[in-house]
Design a protein around this ligand. Structure first.
Ligand code: ADE
Length: 410
C-alpha cells in the first residue's frame, strides 16, 4: 500500500471510530432495504467523514459516485484510499481547476442517479441546466448547507426546481451543531494551522452572526480574543450585542481587527472600503461556502505585490505599505487549511443525509424544498444520546395531561 493510501485509510478508520450514530442508523436502514440498488450521486467535501458516509451508503446497498463540492477542500489521501482500497468512484483532487471541477461533477451523474446529495447546490444546479435528461429518473435530493438551500429556494421561487430536495441544513440536529459548534471549532483550527499565531488578546472580527458566525464568535472568545461582530440583520445584531460582542459595521471593525472571518453566505463582504481600512497585518479568512465573501480580485488590484508566505497564507502589500494576509485564497478556511468539522459533528449531519436519502426514495414528494420530518430529527437526537450513554427524563402521564390541558393553571 502506498504511503498516501495508508494515510487516507487511517484517517477513514479514525473517523469511523468516532461516528457511532451513523453506525446505528446504517444498520436500521440496511434492515429496511430501501436504498438497495439505488444510484446516489454526491457532491460533498471529500474528506474522511464524507468517506464514511459514502462507505455507509454502499454498505446499505446503494451505488455511490462522489465528487467534491469545492476545488480546494479535498483530502487527497482519503480520495486515493477510497479509490484504491474501497474501489469507490471518487472524482476529486485538491486544487483542481474550474474545468476539472465541472468535469468531475458530471462524472458522478454517469450512472443515472436516483438520489442526489449536494453541498452548496452546484450539482443540482448542473442537473437543471445541462443534464435535464436525468430529472425524470431522480426521486429526490438532500442539501447540506445554508448556501445550497438559499439557491434551491430561489429555484423553487422561479418554478424551475423539478424534484424534491430535503433541507438537511434546516434540521435541528444539523444547524444547531454542525453550523455552530462544527464551524466554530474547525474555523479556528484552520486559522491556527495556517498561521500558527496567537488569538488571545487579539481583535477578531466576525462578519455575519448566523449559526456559523455565532459558533466562530464563541470559540474565538473562548480563546481569549476580543470579538467584534458585523451584521446586516437587525435582530441578529441585537443578539450579538446581548451575547456580549461589540457590534459595528465591517468597515469600522476592520480598522482594529487582527483577524477577520466572513461567514455570511453573501458576496463582497470584505470589499474595497473594508480593504482600504484594514489594519496593517490583518489576517483575512472566509468560512462561508463560496470564495466570494472576501473580494479577492479587489485585494489583488489594490495591492502592489503579492507573495506566498506560508502554505495557506498569501501576503499582499498595499500601495500605502500595509500588509494584508489572505488565507486559503479566500476559500472556506476550515476545509482548505483545516480538516473540516469534527467527526462527532459530521456523524449527526451525515446520519441525517442517509435518512434523507432513504426518505426521498420511499415517499412520493412534490418537487420543491422540504423540511426534514421531525421524526428523523428526533431519531438522530435519540441515537446520539444513546451512543454517548446519556439518559434523559420522560414525562409522566399526569404531566402529559397537564401540558394538553388549558384549564389547569396552577
Ligand atoms: N466535512 C464534510 N463536509 C463538511 C462540511 N460541509 N463542513 C465542514 N466539514 C465537512
Amino acid at each position: 500500500m502506498s504511503d498516501i493510501v495508508e494515510k487516507g485509510k487511517k484517517r477513514l478508520g479514525w473517523a469511523r471510530e468516532h461516528m457511532k450514530v451513523i453506525e446505528r442508523v446504517k444498520k436500521e436502514i440496511s434492515e429496511r432495504g430501501d436504498l438497495e440498488n439505488k444510484n446516489i450521486s454526491m457532491a460533498l467535501h471529500v474528506e474522511a467523514k464524507t468517506g464514511i458516509l459514502a462507505l455507509s451508503l454502499r454498505e446499505v446497498g446503494a451505488n455511490v459516485k462522489m465528487a467534491s463540492c469545492n476545488p480546494l477542500s479535498t483530502d487527497d489521501s482519503v480520495a486515493e484510499a477510497l479509490r484504491k482500497e474501497y474501489d469507490m468512484d471518487v472524482f476529486a483532487k485538491r486544487g483542481q481547476s474550474d474545468e476539472e471541477y465541472y468535469e468531475n461533477l458530471n462524472l458522478t451523474l454517469e450512472h443515472d442517479p436516483d438520489v442526489i446529495i449536494d453541498d452548496g447546490g452546484d450539482l443540482i444546479s448542473l442537473i437543471h441546466t445541462e443534464r435535464k435528461d436525468l430529472i425524470q429518473g431522480i426521486a429526490g435530493g438532500a442539501e447540506e448547507t445554508t448556501t445550497g438551500i438559499v439557491r434551491l429556494r430561489a429555484m423553487e421561487k422561479e418554478g424551475i426546481l423539478r424534484f424534491p430536495v430535503l433541507s438537511v441544513n434546516d434540521a435541528h440536529m444539523k444547524h444547531l451543531f454542525d453550523n455552530r459548534y462544527g464551524t466554530g471549532q474547525s474555523t479556528i483550527a484552520g486559522i491556527l494551522k495556517a498561521t500558527n499565531l496567537q488569538l488571545s488578546g487579539k481583535n477578531f472580527l466576525v462578519c455575519g452572526y448566523g449559526w456559523c458566525g455565532r459558533g466562530i464568535a464563541i470559540r474565538a472568545k473562548g480563546m481569549g480574543a476580543n470579538v467584534m461582530v458585523s451584521e446586516v440583520d437587525p435582530v441578529k445584531a441585537v443578539e450579538a450585542n446581548m451575547d456580549g460582542f461589540e457590534v459595528l459595521p465591517a468597515k469600522e471593525g476592520i480598522k482594529k481587527a487582527d483577524f477577520v472571518v466572513t461567514a455570511t453566505g453573501c458576496k463582497g463582504v470584505v470589499h474595497e472600503k473594508e480593504l482600504e481600512n484594514a489594519k496593517d497585518g490583518c489576517i483575512l479568512a472566509n468560512s462561508g461556502h463560496f470564495n466570494n465573501e472576501i473580494s479577492v480580485q479587489k485585494l489583488k488590484d489594490m495591492s502592489v505585490s503579492t507573495s506566498r508566505v506560508r502554505d495557506d497564507v498569501r501576503g499582499y502589500e498595499m500601495k500605502d505599505g500595509r500588509k494584508l494576509y489572505l488565507l486559503s485564497q479566500g476559500r472556506l478556511v476550515n476545509l482548505a487549511a483545516g480538516q473540516g468539522h469534527p467527526a462527532e459533528i459530521m456523524d449527526m449531519s451525515f446520519s441525517l443525509q442517509m435518512m434523507a436519502a432513504e426518505y426521498v426514495v420511499k415517499e412520493d414528494l412534490e418537487p420543491g424544498v422540504h423540511n426534514i420530518p421531525r421524526e428523523i430529527d428526533e431519531k438522530v437526537a435519540l441515537t446520539k444520546l444513546k451512543s454517548d450513554d446519556i439518559r434523559i427524563d420522560k414525562l409522566r402521564e399526569e404531566q402529559k395531561d397537564y401540558l394538553g390541558n388549558w384549564k389547569e393553571g396552577t
